[in-house]
Design a protein around this ligand. Structure first.
Ligand SMILES: Nc1ncnc2c1ncn2[C@@H]1O[C@H](COP(=O)(O)OP(=O)(O)O)[C@@H](O)[C@H]1O
Ligand SMILES: [Mg+2]
Length: 409
């Protein structure tokens, strides 16, 4: 191994970086507010100490590959450039791969939602020492376990699983499963925007303004404290996704539709992609297709018919003649089963990813009436009804899900 001399001026680092770089615990959780310098710090530490000084290879991960290309790959590249190390690195942009020529240590940038790429890289045989789960709150616990399984075997340095994240909810598995259950090797390092001397005034102002505009966001993103579950929300845990994430859903995911009839109120149509998991419940990706008042059944058919292509379409059971009308034009329409509490109980355990403003709006407002087990029906719930109706009816009637325990703790 050829030796090179690299010196970087300490002004390039936030105050917490030198100490953090010495951390050798198995799962360093770098959490806190946004704009704290967490991501830059971990990128610097992994590149300079693990890769350059120690020759350790590893995985830089985001949940979704599109985000890898947009965030973690360019971030690592910019740190390399800034430190004048560009000439020592072989960078393959297509594969999002770095190799540090003097010691051959490698970084693979990957999306964890593609277990095949994870498998193929870890099968290549280069011993991996570390993984970095950037925006770890977007991962699932099962993703983390899979990553842990992939990084094993003998290496001269202790293996590390770095995580960077905002503490979005105290019900998140990062807290309930790893921190609260004292998973061995877990240690917390918390920073906020006040620790980041490089933050622009504009960014600082945006964070400080949250205090007035959104106290719950201020708590998480400025103070870096665990988010409280939104009081009384029926579905507090869902994630919004973008069109590009929707387009990444595997082609073979099962597709169903749900229709809640309206006329004075909006008629709502949603498309659901059911992504099976090796274990446990499937993930549900939901896309709002239609949300409009004053539509006749024919209007709805015009929108839905070209989309459904042989998929089941579960409909509000209160209007059987409208369902019949759909069947007459060849749509596989069926009434959904209705049981508000049981369907909620089931649906809230599914990981839900949502695309569509009205859908988000409904989820943000759909609450329990305080102190009861009744849902407040005064906020709009048309798309939510398609979720409970279509997804619950479909999964409960599907033989492969029969064995799922229905109790919810
Ligand atoms: N060491 C650094 N050198 C230069 N700029 C930095 C450094 N650390 C952070 N920054 C700036 O602060 C911003 C926020 O840092 P980032 O690591 O993205 O915060 P977090 O991950 O905590 O949200 C970055 O976009 C960058 O502009
Ligand atoms: Mg970050």
């Amino acid at each position: 191994m050829s030796q090179i001399e690299i010196t970087i001026h300490p002004d390039n680092f936030n105050h917490f970086v030198p100490k953090l770089s010495k951390v050798r615990t198995r799962v360093p959780m770098v959490m806190g507010g946004s704009g704290a310098g967490k991501s830059v710090a971990v990128a610097q530490i992994l590149l300079l100490t693990r890769v350059v000084q120690e020759g350790q290879s590893g995985l830089a991960l985001r949940k979704y590959e599109t985000d890898v290309r947009r965030s973690i790959f360019p971030l690592l590249k910019s740190v390399i450039t800034r430190f004048g190390l560009r000439k020592y690195f072989k960078i393959n942009t297509t594969r999002m791969h770095f190799q540090f020529a003097p010691n051959d240590a490698e970084i693979y940038c990957l999306g964890a939602s593609d277990p095949e790429s994870l498998k193929s890289i870890t099968a290549e045989g280069s011993p991996l020492n570390w993984a970095w789960l950037e925006e770890a709150n977007q991962f699932k616990l099962s993703d983390f376990r899979e990553i842990q399984r992939r990084i094993r075997g003998y290496t001269p340095y202790p293996k590390q699983f770095w995580m960077t994240f905002n503490p979005v909810s105290k019900l998140h598995w990062l807290k309930t499963e790893l921190i609260d259950k004292e998973e061995p090797g877990v240690r917390l390092y918390k920073y906020t925007y006040k620790d980041n001397m490089f933050l622009s005034d504009d960014d600082r102002e945006i964070l400080e303004n949250l205090k007035l505009t959104s106290p719950s966001d201020y708590r998480v993103y400025a103070l870096g404290e665990w988010g409280e579950p939104s009081a009384g929300l029926v579905f507090p845990q869902y994630q919004t996704i973008t069109e590009s994430v929707w387009n990444l859903i595997p082609r073979d995911a099962e597709t169903i539709f749900g229709i809640d009839w309206g006329y004075n109120t909006p008629s709502a149509v949603a498309e659901y992609k059911i992504v099976r998991q090796p274990k446990g419940l499937p993930e549900i990706f939901a896309r709002q297709v239609l949300y409009k008042a004053g539509l006749l059944t024919d209007d709805i058919i015009r929108v839905v018919k070209p989309l459904v292509k042989g998929s089941y379409v579960y409909c509000d059971n209160a209007e059987p003649d409208r369902i019949q009308q759909l069947r007459e034009v060849g749509i596989l329409a069926k009434p959904w089963d209705k049981d508000i509490l049981t369907s909620i109980d089931f649906c809230k355990r599914l990981s839900l990813y949502v695309l569509g403003k009205d859908f988000e709006n409904e989820l943000q407002n759909y609450r329990w009436i305080q102190g009861t087990d009744k849902v407040d029906r005064n906020t709009p719930n048309h798309l939510i009804d398609t979720f409970k109706g279509a997804v619950w009816t479909h999964l409960r009637n599907n033989a492969s899900y029969k064995l799922m325990p229905l109790s919810y703790k």
